[in-house]
Design a protein around this ligand. Structure first.
Ligand code: SF4
Ligand code: SF4
Length: 276
């Protein structure tokens, strides 16, 4: 069983199109699970025309005040970095649950033991199937600050069910922030999708540095390979000693399939599978 990450330094490079296409190609011969870990804006189900059903909700702990114990000292608000607590001396604290990340600093600060715990729902995990691909899709609720918790829940499900699959493809969010790292840490190898532009080169460089730090085997997929200067990415790949495993051309057919919610089929993706 292999867990393969598809990632990218910036949005719009075609990361999800590549992840869905790869999953569909593998699913022709292998048990394949696609995990949409771009939980702020999941869209793999749209690209595969999957109507998702809820598998489970994702919850996060939040503080709950016992005002009978509170002496209105106002200290809990002083340690809340996310400004979820407004506390004024001689008044009960006012709490905004949407801004709370569950860090626990307020409860630690309270000498009166007036802060306990409850939960809030911060997201959902969906499931579905099409093109012989099983899909897990995480989605963070609007206004919630910590997408990493939804990714961690996806990771726990992957651990439980990975024995049922030959390949698991994880489509991460773009960038190098915590939820991306949480998703990448599950992977045996990762392919970073980019375009032959100065912006594409800049962002892929950061991703490759991150993958090197995480000690994960990396490859590059050059999407819309004919729209710019391919040398920008080939030079970088040579310097970083990373292989460009597929080139996908800019094509009207691919754009049409993308718009219609059908997976792209491309020779580059098929060749890429030979690398596994
Ligand atoms: S730190 Fe505890 S006692 Fe002080 S205001 Fe907050 S909840 Fe009340
Ligand atoms: S748990 Fe952390 S983020 Fe939430 S209210 Fe307490 S200090 Fe603020």
């Amino acid at each position: 069983m292999q867990i393969i990450g598809i990632t990218g330094g910036k949005g719009g490079t075609g990361k999800s199109a590549v992840a869905t296409a790869l999953a569909c190609e593998l699913a022709k011969n292998f048990k394949t699970l696609l995990v949409d870990a771009d939980v702020d804006c999941p869209n793999d189900h749209l690209l595969l025309s999957i109507t998702r059903e809820i598998r489970q909700t994702v919850k996060q702990r939040i503080p709950k005040w016992n005002f009978a114990k509170c002496n209105q000292c106002g200290l809990c608000g002083t340690v809340c970095k996310t400004k979820a607590i407004v506390s004024i001396k001689n008044k009960n604290p006012i709490f905004t649950s949407e801004q709370c990340n569950g860090c626990g600093a307020c409860a630690l600060k309270c000498s009166q033991n007036a802060i306990g715990w409850t939960e809030k729902q911060i997201g959902k995990i969906y499931q579905g199937k099409n093109y012989n691909v099983d899909l897990l899709s995480g989605e963070l609720k609007t206004n919630e600050p910590v997408s990493e918790f939804v990714v961690n829940e996806l990771n726990e499900i992957i651990q439980e069910i990975k024995k049922n699959y030959d390949y698991i493809i994880i489509d991460t969010a773009a960038g190098i922030h915590c939820p991306v790292i949480a998703a990448l840490e599950m992977c045996n190898r990762v392919f970073a999708v980019t375009e032959p532009t100065p912006l594409g080169r800049h962002d892929i460089k950061l991703i490759l540095q991150l993958l090197q730090k995480l000690n994960i085997k990396a490859g590059i997929i050059l999407n819309r390979a004919d729209i710019g200067d391919k040398g920008l990415i080939y030079d970088l790949a040579t310097d970083a000693r990373v292989k460009i495993v597929a080139e996908i051309p800019y094509s009207k057919d691919i754009a049409k399939k993308y718009a219609e919610g059908r997976p792209i089929q491309d020779e580059g993706i098929r060749k890429m599978i030979e690398v596994f």
